[in-house]
Design a binder for this molecule. Structure first.
Ligand code: ADP
Ligand code: ADP
Ligand code: ZN
Length: 216
C-alpha cells in the first residue's frame, strides 16, 4: 500500500499513521520526524531547518526536496510506504508528480484528514511526543498511563517547541496558502479519500480503516 496522509497541523496525521503502520507494517516517512531527528543530532541540515520550524514556517523547498526525495528513493519504499508531511508545497507536489510519472514511485491514495480548525489549538497545545519512539499522546484526549512516560517504551514525553498558539497560527497560514493547493491538485487526479478528522480518535480510526479496506 502506497499512501500519503495530509491535513492541517494537529489534524491527527501522526496518530492515524501509528494505526496504519501497526496494522500494515509499512515504512512511515514523517518529514517532521526526519527534521526533528536532524535537529536533535545537530546536523548542518538540522541547524538550517530549526529556525523555520520554530517560527512555524515551512522549511524551504531547496532544503526539503532533495532530503525527502533521497529517502523516498530507498528500496523499502518500492513496495509500500506511508508518507506523512510531504508534499506540502506546490514545488514539492511537482517533484512528487514527476517521480510518479517516471515510475520511481507509485501511489494508491491520499488520505485527507479534514478538520474543523477550531479543534486545533487544544489538540496542538496538549500534544506530547515520546523522545525515544516518537509515539504521540495528548494530555486529555490520549493520555499516557503514567504522566510524562511513554506506555510503549518507557521513554520521556516532551512538548514540541513549535506547539504553541502563536506558531499554530503561522502554520495554519502556511497550510492554507501552500498545502491546500496540493490537496486540490491530488483531488483533480482522483487520489483523495476524505475523512472527517473532527470526530474523536476512535471514530476517525474507524472511518480510516473503512477507507483503507476499499483500497487494499
Ligand atoms: P498531526 O500529526 O496531524 O499534527 P497528531 O496526530 O500529532 O496530528 O495529533 C495532534 C494531537 O491531537 C495529539 O496530541 C493527538 O494525541 C491528538 N489527537 C489526534 N487525533 C485526535 C482526535 N481525533 N481527537 C482528539 N485529539 C486527537
Ligand atoms: P504537524 O504534525 O504539526 O503537521 P510536522 O511534524 O509534520 O507538523 O512538521 C513540523 C514542521 O516541520 C513544519 O511546521 C515545517 O516547519 C517542517 N516541515 C515538515 N514537513 C515539511 C515539508 N514537507 N516542507 C517544508 N517544511 C516541512
Ligand atoms: Zn516511546
Amino acid at each position: 500500500m502506497k499512501l500519503i496522509i495530509i491535513g492541517a497541523p494537529g489534524a491527527g496525521k501522526g496518530t492515524m499513521s501509528e494505526e496504519i503502520i501497526n496494522k500494515y507494517n509499512i515504512p512511515h516517512i514523517s518529514t517532521g520526524d526526519m527534521f526533528r531527528d536532524q535537529i536533535a543530532r545537530q546536523t548542518e541540515l538540522g541547524l538550517k531547518a530549526k529556525e523555520y520550524i520554530e517560527r512555524g514556517e515551512l522549511v524551504p523547498d531547496s532544503i526539503t526536496i532533495s532530503f525527502v526525495k533521497e529517502r523516498l528513493l530507498q528500496d523499502d519504499c518500492k513496495t509500500s510506504y506511508l508518507l506523512d508531511g510531504f508534499p506540502r508545497s506546490e514545488a514539492q507536489a511537482e517533484v512528487f508528480a514527476q517521480m510518479l510519472e517516471n515510475k520511481e514511485l507509485g501511489l494508491d491514495a491520499v488520505i485527507y484528514l479534514e478538520v474543523d480548525f477550531s479543534k486545533l489549538i487544544e489538540r496542538v497545545t496538549g500534544r506530547r511526543i515520546c523522545r525515544n519512539c516518537k509515539s504521540v499522546y495528548h494530555t486529555v484526549f490520549s493520555p499516557s498511563k503514567v504522566e510524562g512516560v511513554c506506555d510503549k517504551c518507557g521513554g520521556e514525553l516532551y512538548q514540541r517547541p513549535d506547539d504553541t498558539e502563536e506558531s499554530l497560527k503561522q502554520r495554519l497560514e502556511a497550510y492554507n496558502e501552500e498545502t491546500m493547493p496540493v490537496i486540490k491538485y491530488f483531488e483533480k487526479l482522483g487520489y483523495v479519500k476524505k475523512i472527517d478528522a473532527s470526530q474523536d480518535i476512535e471514530n476517525v480510526k474507524a472511518s480510516l480503516f473503512e477507507v483503507l479496506g476499499d483500497i487494499k
